[in-house]
Design a protein around this ligand. Structure first.
Ligand code: CNA
Length: 250
């Protein structure tokens, strides 16, 4: 099937399924200059193992290593801007097609692009909190302390180590995740997965709960056989083409 036909069929599926949800991964943000984990050649895992520097075990046992080796990745992410793919998804929600967007990304770019109903299941970089007294801090406070060589950054209240509000390897999922699983099982007629290798669990279970699913991703995934449609293209281009078809048919 040609690329144009795949995009037309994807648009048909979106029009035919009222309860339509989107799940995104790091791939949608590579066009904003943020490396993903697993793309061949450019993925972060080819340079450094995030588990070895950014896990909850490292944060707790060797906070200095966490902040010296793993933290600059987080602070760089906060400088990125949404790309065409994020903007199209915000527009599709505004047009009434997307009922909700689940993202594994911590970059906050869906909210920056204007999406409203967003579940950031791995957290975000707008804030951090104290591991001792749980006091919240703007993420910028962590960045500033690290810049001033206060490593690791600490709480003004109780001097315990601060951490970003993200789900690190070894952290539990947020409480709302279990409601989300239930919602997908009972309310999702169609899920579009954009830019995810679908290997990080439990998020990678969500497409299995949807009645139907489709994929936009550069590399193959283990879900390709279950998918109604697989579009092997950059997410920015594929989503822009999808928007054009949906707008033309209104
Ligand atoms: P991943 O495992 O790195 O997979 C990304 C997938 O996207 C790969 O299969 C790529 O082929 C594909 N891809 C890359 N660029 C594009 C593109 N332009 N268009 C279409 N497809 C593309 O990332 P997952 O999200 O599946 O893994 C989950 C991890 C990655 C989560 O815990 C995230 O927190 C973590 N992560 C997030 C960010 C971010 O917030 N932007 C960056 C890096 C890692």
């Amino acid at each position: 099937m040609s690329y144009e036909e795949l995009i037309r069929q994807l648009a048909d599926l979106i029009r035919a399924n009222e309860r339509f949800y989107v799940l995104t991964g790091a791939g949608i943000s590579t066009e904003s200059g943020i490396s993903d984990f697993r793309s061949p050649g450019t993925g972060l895992w080819e340079k450094v193992d995030p588990i070895a520097v950014s896990s909850v075990t490292v944060l707790q046992n060797n906070p200095r290593l966490f902040y010296e080796a793993g933290f600059s990745r987080f602070s760089k992410i906060t400088l990125a801007e949404p790309n065409a793919g994020h903007r199209v998804l915000a527009r599709l929600e505004e047009m009434g097609y997307i009922k909700g967007l689940i993202t594994q990304n911590i970059d906050g770019l869906h909210l920056k692009a204007g999406s409203k109903n967003v579940w950031e299941v791995h957290g975000h970089l707008r804030s951090g909190y104290c591991q001792g007294c749980k006091k919240k801090y703007p993420f910028e406070v962590l960045v500033q302390q690290v810049k001033l060589k206060q490593i690791p950054p600490v709480c003004h209240n109780c001097s315990s180590v601060l951490r970003p509000e993200v789900v690190l390897f070894g952290d539990p999922m947020p409480d709302f995740f279990f409601e989300l699983q239930h919602k997908m099982q009972h309310e999702c007629d169609f899920m579009l997965v954009v830019g995810s290798s679908l290997v990080v669990y439990p998020v990678a279970d969500l497409p299995r709960l949807a009645k139907k699913m489709a994929i936009i991703n550069l590399q193959p995934t283990s879900y390709d056989r279950k998918a109604e449609i697989v579009v092997r293209e950059n997410s920015g281009k594929a989503l822009q083409d999808l928007l054009t078809v949906l707008e033309d048919s209104r």
